[in-house]
Design a protein around this ligand. Structure first.
Ligand SMILES: O=C(O)CCC(=O)C(=O)O
Length: 343
């Protein structure tokens, strides 16, 4: 949700030639990413697993390990054409880099409504005191089809809307397939998690992180876990995504043909905490703009989500209430899911 006042796009700050980050973007010392900068050259650092979806032999074991230990992993040979991944990155980047600011602003999201569709800068901002993310974004509402209205998407490039619609369909199919494998990996019927989630509400967020004059003071996107069921993310080769594991922030290497899978909070609840939603954030850099495309698959706001196992450790939650709390108090790591713990 955007907060009151005239929204300032991060890209405009950079185009104004700022060499010092405005105070509202400066993170307190404890959330600054300095440890990341030291770790980047540590080639022994652990990295999220890469799972080959064409190798059906031990896929369940690999998934089980990745979901228990990381809540996030790359998939390769996932069935989505690499050309489509490249096209999606290309049209996403063209909006930010080829459209004039006035035209971009004509697509602005509604600053008073959480996760409204369009161009914005303050999605995870819960109050005027929240430190701002060094990011601009375009959020598209893509599924169910009753929510999909391509006339709300940019049309300056001839194939933008076609690429987004095709990308949405392919991500939907892959997310369904992954949730089946993930259910099976826990000994559940294939459709178990899918049935708990119900019809997907899918949003595609293209994030654009302009170069930042003081990357050691800022975050592109604050630490959070995603609120829905499963997120599929691609990034460009600049890199900046990190996941939190065993008390450390781990840099996620950009793999251009892979799709990065992030388990979200409702999957953690349904699996009764056996599989973890991944806490993640994006760091900035001073040299290159960075782009990522995150495709979120969420339940309907009317859906009640609860664990699929005996002895639940989470209480059931109406997904709409979960979303409201997420936007009201802000994500701050995993505090929203932690608030549902029964123990
Ligand atoms: O840019 C990234 O790599 C992270 C994006 C993300 O976490 C989000 O859009 O929620």
């Amino acid at each position: 949700m955007e907060v009151e006042g005239t929204p300032i796009r991060v890209q405009s700050l950079v185009q104004d030639g700022k060499t010092v980050v405005p105070p509202q973007y400066v993170q307190p010392p404890e959330t600054r990413p300095h440890r990341h900068i030291e770790k980047r050259n540590d080639y022994d650092a652990e990295t999220p697993p890469v799972i080959d979806l064409s190798n059906v032999n031990n896929i369940h074991e690999q998934l089980e390990r990745a979901c228990r230990e990381w809540g996030a992993f790359h998939v390769i040979n996932h069935g989505v054409g690499v050309e489509l991944l490249d096209e999606m990155r290309k049209v996403g980047r063209s909006f930010f880099e080829e459209c004039a600011m006035d035209e971009k602003l004509s697509y602005s999201c509604d600053p008073n409504s959480p996760a409204s569709e369009g161009y914005g800068s303050r999605m995870l901002v819960s109050s005027n005191d929240t430190v701002l993310d060094w990011r601009d974004y375009y959020d598209h509402h893509t599924l169910p089809l009753s929510r999909r209205n391509p006339s709300k998407w940019p049309d300056f490039s001839s194939n933008y809307r076609k690429v987004v619609a095709e990308y949405s369909d392919q991500m939907n199919a892959l997310a369904q397939r992954l949730l089946c494998f993930i259910s099976e990996s826990l000994g559940l019927p294939s459709s178990c998690i899918k049935d708990f989630v119900g019809e997907f509400y899918q949003n595609i967020t293209v994030s654009y992180y302009p170069p930042c004059p003081q990357p050691e003071l800022t975050l592109g996107l604050q630490s959070h876990s995603d609120m829905g069921a499963i997120t599929l993310l691609i990034q460009d080769d600049v890199g900046g995504l990190e996941v939190f594991k065993d008390g450390e922030w781990i840099f996620v290497d950009p793999l251009s043909d892979a799709i990065f899978v992030i388990l979200a909070d409702q999957t953690e609840i349904i699996t009764n905490g056996q599989y973890k939603s991944a806490q993640h954030r994006a760091v900035t850099n001073s040299k290159s703009a960075r782009l990522s495309v995150a495709t979120f698959h969420d339940p309907s706001k009317m859906k009640i989500i609860s664990p699929a196992f005996e002895l639940p450790i989470y209480r059931p939650v109406l997904y709409g209430d979960y979303v409201s709390s997420w936007y009201t108090i802000g994500p701050e790591g995993k505090r929203n899911i932690d608030a549902l713990l029964l123990l």
